[in-house]
Design a protein around this ligand. Structure first.
Ligand code: PRP
Ligand code: HPA
Ligand code: MG
Length: 187
């Protein structure tokens, strides 16, 4: 697929759900709240690869608080659009988080399985605090008991791509969040 923009979305995309401008404004808003929360504290932000790369990069630059950054790669999805429910660590943190203020940064909470597993895994490492910031959240996340302090947008239960989010590893570099045409994933 050729690179697309808001005017020429290409036949694979159905609609632009959240524009680049809306994402930028929301991240500025979230960053101000996070700055206030962690004033005077050392904060480690943990990005969940690969989807959270764009949110991490833009949120980190919107923050005034100095942060350190680490990355974790876990996978609960195969090539399709359904979570397998089995979470595997593909890359662990480089740093020991014991006694640190940790903020997990995610692109999306869908079934909530990835985050639920991450919270218990990282929580067992005795951080001083452990919170979550996600750009997107889908309705199914309510079925899992997880506490998410900062949420960008609550979105409907449709498969979305762009701004880090992929379908079969494609579309991550779109600057906006869009819905995928059902024919692309056989819906
Ligand atoms: O709430 P859930 O249903 O668990 O889904 C959310 C997770 O799934 C996606 O990651 P994925 O495992 O597909 O890897 P990726 O970030 O490399 O795309 C997404 O980036 C979240 O991490
Ligand atoms: O809607 C989605 N899009 C892309 N990746 C995802 N991972 C969970 N839900 C989604
Ligand atoms: Mg991810």
């Amino acid at each position: 697929m050729a690179r697309v923009d808001d005017k020429d979305m290409g036949s694979d995309l159905q609609s632009v759900l959240i524009s680049k401008e809306e994402i930028d404004a929301k991240l500025a808003e979230l960053a101000a709240k996070i700055d206030a929360e962690y004033a005077g504290k050392d904060l480690l932000i943990v990005g969940v690869l690969k989807g959270a790369v764009m949110v991490m990069a833009d949120l980190a630059r919107a923050l005034s608080t100095p942060v350190t950054m680490d990355w974790m790669a876990v996978s609960s999805y195969g090539a399709g659009t359904q979570s397998s429910g089995v979470v595997r660590i593909l890359k662990d943190l480089d740093t020991d988080i014991k006694g640190k203020h940790v903020l997990i940064v995610e692109d999306i909470i869908d079934s909530g399985l990835t985050l639920s597993w991450l919270l218990s895994n990282l929580g067992s490492r005795e951080p001083a605090s452990l919170e979550v910031c996600t750009l997107l959240r889908k309705p199914d996340a309510a079925k899992v008991a997880i506490e998410v302090k900062w949420i960008g947008f609550d979105i409907p239960n449709e498969f979305v791509v762009g701004y880090g989010l992929d379908f079969a590893e494609k579309y991550r570099n779109l600057p906006f969040v869009g819905t995928l045409a059902p024919h692309v994933y056989g819906g």
